[in-house]
Design a protein around this ligand. Structure first.
Ligand code: HEM
Length: 489
């Protein structure tokens, strides 16, 4: 029989053995990963330190760590690891990796609560690709040309309700006109003519139900989620009625709704009402806020930096000398100055400042200094258009609003290849709505430049960081005075 002293000795020996074994295993693991060079890890207090730093300001945190650790580093948030890849040199695999290696599904799954079942991140990848193809076809070629006609008449009609002079919140006004255009071109005539106000309210509830907390707990019973669910259900009913009556009438319209109704999957199956509703909501989500935010930032920068406003007005005069007051697809393509002004606003203020993927297998990235780092399987992987678009080795005076950086001869957006400019993402999941977005924003701004003198009366705005899509904080108050551009002056 063992006495107490023997027991204590055995316990101590057992503990020592356990400690030695753990140390040995750690050494083995360490020596194994030593050759692999994992990305450096951000210093933060244990358990919640990383979360606190990230929530306090993800973009300032990325800048600080980029300066300290370089273009690839890992942040530990609770039991998750997020590896950031900053800059074109290290983000090739992020944008071009195969879905089986680096996927969106896990990280964007929270959108299912708003989009509904059977679409986007609720279906297997092959089906999602087919659904994206329907969008792609609906926003290219002749469809786009036809949409421009609708965009122009929406802008003409909307701004007639402004008086001869006054003060407006330009942010609100641009949200409204972009939503009208989106409704008309994508959601269809029925929504635009009869249900616009209802859809606008329901869409607002849907957007407000996509909060940072929704990414981790999409079904948390909070009031914002309950409003989101009610809005989703009501939109489902409304679209179901529209789809039924359109099918019954046999009439075909020039909008995305029609493309979705007419589509048949590769196996011959037609789209269901639920899928059409979900896809319309998804496209509204992808295109509405992003475009209205970009229109607003374009205005803020043009009105703050008056030399660019004047250059854009001059360009309108030149275009009007050739085409009179008309605006169509080809005429918009002649507005290079305006295009660069929008593009530069997007570089400085991308509405989607962080993009995510989930890594299913280890992969290696090589930094521009030639260092090889292995990003392990199981990490979330992120990149940031907000940071990547201001890297000083790509953009000269990166914090300055300078649309001419995109002019021929400078082409800074191509300095380090295709991934130098990423407000629309890049590679495999590059935004399919880019052209549509530019067309609608430029149509609206061409109308404003031709018909109004504008002056910014509120301070230059800050960014609004409390939502998934980052917009303009507060109002953008602008004084306007109606005038017609006199061509030839
Ligand atoms: C200024 C306006 C816009 C911005 C800044 C923007 C930005 C982006 C970005 C960054 C992505 C890539 C997301 C990722 O890689 O995780 C993306 C994808 C996408 N965008 Fe846009 N977008 C805009 C307008 C639009 C419009 C107007 C539409 C529809 C008409 C649209 C539809 C889509 C779709 C369907 C995808 C997913 C493509 C895929 O996964 O293959 N976007 N957008």
């Amino acid at each position: 029989m063992l006495n107490l002293a023997d027991n204590q000795q055995m316990l101590i020996a057992g503990a020592a053995l356990l400690l030695a074994t753990i140390t040995f295993i750690k050494l083995l693991v360490w020596s194994g990963s030593r050759g692999k060079h994992l990305p450096p890890t951000i210093l933060a207090l244990p358990v919640v330190g990383g979360l606190i730093r990230f929530m306090r300001g993800p973009i300032s945190m990325i800048w600080e760590e980029y300066a300290r650790l370089g273009s690839v580093f890992t942040l530990c948030i609770l039991n998750h690891k997020i590896t950031f890849l900053i800059g074109p040199e290290v983000s090739q695999h992020f944008f071009n990796g195969h879905e089986s290696e680096l996927s969106q599904q896990e990280v964007y799954k929270f959108t299912v609560a708003a989009f509904g079942p059977g679409v986007s991140f609720d279906v297997k990848y092959s089906v999602r690709l087919e659904q994206i193809r329907i969008f792609t076809e609906a926003v290219r070629g002749n469809h786009l040309r036809n949409y421009v006609g609708q965009m122009v008449s929406e802008a003409d009609e909307y701004f007639t309700k402004w008086g001869d002079s006054g003060t407006v919140d330009l942010k609100y006004e641009l949200e409204q006109i972009i939503l009208l255009i989106t409704s008309r071109c994508l959601l269809g005539r029925e929504v635009r003519e009869n249900l616009f106000n209802d859809v606008a309210t329901l869409f607002r509830d849907l957007c407000n139900g996509m909060q940072p907390v929704s990414v981790i707990f999409p079904y948390l019973p909070i009031p914002a989620h309950r409003r989101r669910d009610r809005a989703r259900a009501r939109l489902g009913e409304m679209f179901s009625t529209i789809i039924k009556s359109r099918k019954a009438s046999g009439q075909s319209e020039e909008d995305m709704l029609q493309r979705l109704i007419d589509y048949k999957y590769k196996n011959g199956r037609p789209t269901t009402e639920g899928e059409i509703t979900g896809l319309l909501i998804a496209v509204l989500f992808g295109g509405q806020q992003t475009s209205s935010i970009t229109s607003t930032w374009t205005g803020a920068y043009l009105l703050q930096f008056k030399q660019y406003f004047a250059a854009a007005v001059e360009e309108q005069k030149e275009v009007m000398k050739r085409h009179g007051n008309k605006i169509d697809y080809d005429i918009l393509a002649e507005m290079d100055v305006l295009h660069r002004c929008v593009k530069e606003a997007l570089r400085l203020q991308p509405p989607l400042p962080l993009l995510f993927r989930y890594s299913h297998s280890d992969f290696t990235v090589t930094t521009k200094e030639g260092k090889e780092l292995v990003v392990p399987k199981g990490h979330m992987v992120a990149t940031s258009p907000s940071v990547a678009n201001r890297l000083p080795h790509i953009y000269k005076n990166p914090d300055t609003y300078d649309p001419n950086r995109f002019a021929p001869g400078r082409n800074e957006d191509k300095a380090a290849g295709a991934l130098s400019y990423i407000p629309f993402g890049g590679g495999k999941h590059w935004c399919i709505g880019q052209l549509f977005a530019y067309l609608e924003i430029e149509t609206v701004w061409a109308h404003l430049l031709r018909n109004f003198e504008l002056e910014l009366v509120s301070p230059f705005p800050e960014s609004e960081w409390n939502s998934m899509v980052v917009g303009v904080k507060g109002e953008l108050l602008v004084k306007y005075k109606r005038r017609r551009l006199v061509v030839g002056n």
